[in-house]
Every structure is written in structure tokens, then in C-alpha cells.
Design a protein around this ligand. Structure first.
Ligand code: DLL
Length: 435
């Protein structure tokens, strides 16, 4: 199912030529209209006219989240305020929020790429899409909303939360697709089972899940709980919102980046040199068609890898792997790098545990201690000490094998780990308290 077949299947050489033309225009526009870019390019001795090939992008300076914070709120806007029709913002964890501004054309582009992404999930005009991402400054709700309307489907703008109502609406309105975070999808699935909703009365067939890292194991759990196909969507406020990249139903393996609007590099986070195809690195994105707030070589800190093989769906836009997490999610435990997604991968295959977990890091007598809390599934019932001890030992071994570091495992009562209607928090690092 293609929303815009000629573009989605564009010949690679033509796509590259289009990227170069758009990159040149963006570099010129940024230079002319944004003093931060102009000063930086001047300092680095590079001029927009020096961009004669896509490789020349490496001559351009990077942009970081701090640049957006330092020039809050409008310092990186390239269009006059009178052209801006929408603002979104992301609070981040600390300090000032970052703000993104969109012109009418930007909103159109955003709707277009979300419509294409829905096409990747085989969502059509005949579908009813329940948007359970938060509406507001967060880009999830409105981003999906405009995409569904653009595509001609029916949108149910319920926003996140009130899970019982989500289920009632799903049943009453005949919702066929749901868009929310994978954490919230899990919560909806659990509520459905707990409250005895009859799955056969739902018409749900597809889920469009993103805004946080998740794993294949989590996909299987959600697909099973809701009896749907679950697909991964990626994006970030700074760049545009959801729809920068999307997985297709044909392969369910990797996300197509809409390369006619975004030029992506994957770089070694330390050296900033490109990593070979297939190897993980930090995704760095340049917007090449945006007017409101174009970003050049924006360091996302999100970790992924290029999948060089062509996709079975026929789309020519390059695929990137499911995200491992962010560079700043990475914990270093006694010298070993650990990602929360590794814990998720380890536990989601084990019967008797829920895909709910939390990593708590402490420093005890100068040594890092990682406690992993894992929730038992509601159907795990045993009072027998021996059974529980054996189960504990099995999970401990599985997690330690995946992480390559010893941990403390705490099995938690069903339902005791915090649920999220949006993005989940998976890590509490108490070591910062002592710094
Ligand atoms: O999360 C936009 C979005 C909304 C994407 C709805 C997908 C669906 P921010 O709040 O600015 O924007 O957070 C962006 O979330 O840099 C990643 O670290 C993470 N992220 C987003 N999508 C994925 C994904 C929205 N599919 C940050 N897999 C990004 C892993 C993701 N991480």
C-alpha cells in the first residue's frame, strides 16, 4: 500500500539528486536567515556554495539540542514570524524546553510523511484511526491526526489516558488502527484482558507505535495481546515530529527514512566519522525541505544502523534498524555498557514475567550496583519457595548473559511497576546524587 508511490519508489540516483538540490537550498537559507548558522559556517570557513556533493555535508557544522536551548525560543527559526503557523515543544528532562516552528508548507510536508507512514502500515481511507498519543505541545497527537486526515482516513482524536474509555470507543466506533506509545499499547492490552473485553468484538488490526525505544519481544507481546500487527514509527520534535521514519508491514524489519525530506548520516558518537553499513552509531539528521526551523546535521543521540539491503516492499528510501536507545540511556556498569532495551529483549521471551521492568543503579563502596526489577505476570502463581527460587535463578542468568555484567534481580508483584500512558521511564540512576 503506497500513499505516494512515485516518490516512495523513486530511483535512487534521482532521489540523491533531489537531496543535493534541497540540501544546497537549505544551507543557503540557513546561512542567510539564521545568525547562529551563519556565524558557525563563517568560523569554520565554509560557504553554502561549497556544497557540491552529498558528501560535502561533512563540511557543515553540527547542531545540538543545547543550541536550541541556548537560542530559546526562536533563535533557530529561518522564516519570519508572520509565516509561522504552528509551535510544538518538548520539555526534555532538564532546563528550558525546546521549541519548533512550522510554516504552512512544513505542516503540509509533515502530514504527507505521516500519510506515507500510514501507507507503510497498510492503513487506508477505509480505516478508523484512534490517536492515543498525547495532543498538545507534544507532536505525537497532532502529527498523527493531520496525517490520517491527509490520507483520507477517519481520525478519532482521543489523546492518551482513560484506558477504559479507549476500549469502549474502540468497540463502539469500530476502530481499526491505534496510534500510541508501545508502553501505552501494552497497558491497553493488559486492561482489555483484565476487564474482560471481548477481543473478537474489536476490529483493531494495526498499531502505529513509537516515541520510545521498544524491542521485538515487546512487539510480539503487544501483537498477541491485541491481535494486531504492530509497527514502529520514529520522529522527534526538533526535526518535525513523528513520521521521519517508518517501518513497513511487508518487512517489519527496519524503518524507511523519508529521504526526500531528511538527509541522514550514522556516525560514531566519539569520532563523528560515518560508521559502516550495519554498524550502530548515532543518527544525525538534516532537514532538507523545512522552512520554519531547518536543522543542519542535528545530533539526535539516537542509536541505529543502516540496513543496506533493498526492502521487499520496493520502497527505495533507506532503512534504519529499530533503535537500540539513546546514547544518554546507556549505563556504564563497572565498565560494561548496558541499555534498558537489552533487559527488555532478555525478559520478553520468558513465560511468567510481564514485559515490565526498571533498572536502578547505585554506587555502593565505590562499586556500581545494578538492580533490575522485573514484574511477574498475573498468571504466575506459586507460593512454593523452591519454585520461586528456581524462577529467580533462571531470569537472573538470562539477564546476566545478555548484559554481560552481574546484577541484583528483584521480582515484583504483578501490577507494581509504574505504568505509562506516554513514554516510560526505565532507569533510575542514583549515582548522580553522589557526584
Ligand atoms: O517522540 C515524536 C514521536 C511521536 C515519535 C509519536 C513517534 C511517535 P520527542 O518527544 O521530541 O518526539 O522525542 C523524540 O524519542 O529522539 C528518540 O529518542 C525517541 N523516539 C521517538 N520515536 C522512537 C522510536 C517524539 N520509534 C525522541 N524508537 C527521539 C525509539 C524513539 N525511540
Amino acid at each position: 500500500m503506497y500513499w505516494n508511490k512515485p516518490i516512495e519508489m523513486m530511483e535512487i540516483d534521482r532521489l540523491k539528486a533531489l537531496q543535493l538540490e534541497r540540501l544546497q537550498t537549505t544551507a543557503r537559507m540557513a546561512y542567510q536567515n539564521v545568525s547562529v548558522y551563519r556565524e558557525r559556517m563563517q568560523k569554520d570557513g565554509v560557504d553554502p556554495d561549497d556544497i557540491n556533493s552529498l558528501d560535502d555535508i561533512r563540511r557543515l557544522p553540527f547542531t545540538e539540542k543545547n543550541d536550541l536551548r541556548d537560542h530559546y525560543p526562536f533563535g533557530l527559526f529561518a522564516a519570519p514570524q508572520s509565516e509561522i503557523v504552528r509551535i510544538h515543544a518538548s520539555s526534555g528532562t532538564t532546563g528550558k524546553p525546546i521549541v519548533a516552528g512550522y510554516t504552512q508548507k512544513d505542516v503540509r510536508i509533515w502530514s504527507e510523511i505521516v500519510a506515507r507512514s500510514l501507507g507503510c502500515a497498510h492503513v487506508t481511507r477505509d480505516d478508523t484511526v484512534q490517536v492515543a498519543y498525547g495532543y498538545g505541545l507534544f507532536t505525537g497527537g497532532l502529527g498523527l491526526h493531520y496525517g490520517v486526515e491527509r490520507m483520507g482516513g477517519k481520525v478519532v482524536p482521543v489523546s492518551s489516558g482513560n484506558t477504559r474509555r479507549q476500549l469502549t470507543l474502540m468497540e463502539d466506533l469500530g476502530t481499526t488502527a491505534i496510534a500510541c506509545t508501545p508502553s501505552y499499547a501494552l497497558m491497553i492490552g493488559e486492561t482489555l484482558r483484565r476487564e474482560g473485553f471481548d477481543l473478537s468484538r474489536l476490529k483493531l488490526k494495526t498499531g502505529i507505535f513509537g516515541a520510545e525505544p521498544w524491542t521485538e519481544g515487546m512487539r510480539r507481546k503487544i501483537e498477541e495481546l491485541l491481535n494486531i500487527k504492530a509497527l514502529d514509527i520514529y520522529g522527534l520534535t526538533e526535526i518535525i515530529g513523528p513520521g521521519v521514519a517508518m517501518e513497513c508491514l511487508e518487512s517489519q524489519n527496519g524503518l524507511h527514512v523519508w529521504e526526500d525530506h531528511f538527509f541522514v548520516e550514522i556516525l560514531n558518537p566519539e569520532t563523528q566519522e560515518p560508521v559502516p553499513d550495519g554498524e550502530y552509531g548515532e543518527l544525525c539528521i538534516s532537514t532538507i525541505s523545512k522552512e520554519g526551523m531547518p536543522l543542519i546535521r542535528y545530533r539526535t543521540h539516537d542509536l541505529t544502523a543502516f540496513i543496506p539491503e533493498p526492502c521487499v516492499c520496493g520502497r527505495t528510501h533507506r532503512r534504519i534498524k529499530r533503535f537500540r536507545g539513546r546514547t544518554d540511556d546507556m549505563l556504564t556498569i563497572r565498565g560494561v555498557n548496558v541499555f534498558p532495551t537489552q533487559v527488555e529483549s532478555a525478559i520478553t521471551g520468558i513465560k511468567g514475567v510481564a514485559p515490565r521492568y526498571m533498572l536502578i543503579v547505585d554506587r555502593v563502596s565505590d562499586t556500581d550496583v545494578l538492580e533490575v526489577q522485573v514484574e511477574l505476570a498475573p498468571d504466575f502463581i506459586s507460593d512454593e519457595v523452591r519454585v520461586i527460587e528456581e524462577f529467580h535463578a533462571k531470569i537472573l542468568k538470562t539477564i546476566e548473559q545478555v548484559l554481560g555484567v552481574s546484577i541484583k534481580l528483584k521480582l515484583m508483584e504483578p501490577g507494581s511497576i509504574e505504568r505509562s500512558e506516554g513514554k516510560s521511564r526505565r532507569v533510575i540512576d542514583n549515582r548522580h546524587l553522589f557526584e
